[in-house]
Design a protein around this ligand. Sequence first.
Ligand code: FEO
Length: 169
Amino acid sequence: MQKAIQDALNEQINREFYASYLYLAMAAHFEAQSLDGFAGWMYAQSEEEYGHAMRILKYMLERGAQVELKAIAAPPEEFGSPLDIFKQALAHEQHVTQAIHALYKLAAEHEDYPTMKHLDWFIEEQVEEEDTVGRIVDRLQMAGDDRAALLMLDSELAQRSGEEESDEA
Ligand code: FEO
């Protein structure tokens, strides 16, 4: 594997671990506030992100590339409202999507076809993730200051996180 691709994939592993850490911090925040459905959703999301990092790590090893685990930045210690948090999650997913697209472009420039193929899964996954988080943002916006609506959404997400755990990638 060419050095530029190896470096970029190592960066992406770090980005995925950071996402896992960020969602874990959000999960802990929600659990501390007794919003167990939001917390469960975020715990599941955090595990998914760990899975994304591992998917790249395993791929690199298959290709005989050198894996470099870099320091994971600390996530924020304080968070705003549920709407703020999900907006932050959406912005993070958009950032990850851009990074995946840049990686794909780099792989194409270097004619690294196996890496392009490997990244296909991530490109599709990002479409799904942005859609899922975007819908939660919409629902939270509709709920506004209505606490009953917020609790209903919390219960709904509790069911959803259970479903997602069973078909984890
Ligand atoms: Fe691994 Fe949510 O992107």
